[in-house]
Design a binder for this molecule. Structure first.
Ligand SMILES: Nc1ncnc2c1ncn2[C@@H]1O[C@H](COP(=O)(O)OP(=O)(O)OP(=O)(O)O)[C@@H](O)[C@H]1O
Ligand SMILES: Cc1ncsc1CCO
Ligand SMILES: [Mg+2]
Length: 238
């Protein structure tokens, strides 16, 4: 939650972390997007997630799902599939998570970490996007963003991001902010969020000594990225 909120603030967005069911409806009115991250599930939180997704839908606001650890346990997958029924605008996970949500037989994971490459999950991700009419984003060495027909590949990023917890959660949060700014094209908004996040990590990695300083540098770079750096540094392809 710390990294997600600070990623959003560094990028100029305005996060609020809300768990109480009682607050869901009013917060949705204030927000331009809702992000639901199932990282630390508990029965009461699952209930408030469903209520919040329902209100976002009712208010016509984009809502984004991060299916953390889908497939690690049956309970987690069940909660995630119930949320999927409430039609998220975007689902972002690592390859193992997307394969589990898509119902891939024998999908494996290492808890909340992936045991597969994003490209291995591509067909599952495209099918998932078609089934639920949503955007699906699969993070990895190459990030893949699809609506089931179109596909955008993002090459920005550094491998050491895998050694900082919640960088996947943080890039989903950034995608939620980008989708809030461009709700008419959530696919391109998401792809650009990945590119900007990855680019910031590349610049930060040049002077990082390890994951600790990379984490700090990533926030600094997200805060300070210049337009020209973004225009020349993003690596997106169809
Ligand atoms: N091998 C890699 N090379 C470059 N960038 C990578 C690589 N693997 C992941 N990334 C980047 O790291 C970030 C986190 O992606 P990852 O797939 O590790 O998410 P995750 O497993 O959901 O993370 P977490 O659960 O810690 O939030 C993304 O921005 C992704 O583009
Ligand atoms: C480590 C961890 N455990 C639950 S959520 C989370 C953050 C990365 O997904
Ligand atoms: Mg990870």
């Amino acid at each position: 939650m710390d990294l997600m909120a600070n990623t959003l603030l560094a990028a100029g967005a305005s996060p609020a972390m809300v768990h109480a069911t009682e607050e869901a409806e009013q917060f949705i009115q204030l927000a331009n997007a809702l992000l639901i991250n199932v990282g630390t599930l508990s029965p009461t939180w699952v209930e408030s997630m469903k209520v919040a997704a329902h209100f976002a839908q009712k208010a016509g606001k984009p809502w984004i799902l991060d299916p953390v650890g889908a497939g690690a346990t049956a309970h987690r997958l069940e909660a995630i599939m119930q949320l999927m029924k409430l039609r998220p605008t975007l689902v972002r996970g690592n390859a193992s998570e997307i394969m589990a949500v898509a119902g891939a037989a024998g999908a494996t994971s290492k808890g909340v970490d992936s045991t597969a490459e994003s490209t291995e999950a591509l067909e599952y991700g495209m099918q998932l996007a078609r089934t639920y009419g949503c955007i699906v984003a699969i993070s990895g060495a190459e990030d893949l963003v699809t609506d089931g027909e179109r596909l955008v590949r993002v090459a920005n990023g550094v491998k050491m991001l895998q050694s900082i917890t919640a960088t996947g959660c943080a890039v989903t949060a950034l995608a939620a902010a980008f989708v809030a700014c461009a709700p008419e094209d959530p696919l391109l908004a998401t792809a650009h969020a990945f590119a900007v996040f990855g680019l910031a990590s590349e610049v930060a990695a040049r002077s990082a000594k390890g994951p600790g300083s990379l984490r700090v540098g990533l926030l600094d770079q997200l805060y300070g990225l210049e337009e020209q750096q973004v225009l020349s540094g993003v690596r997106l392809r169809d």
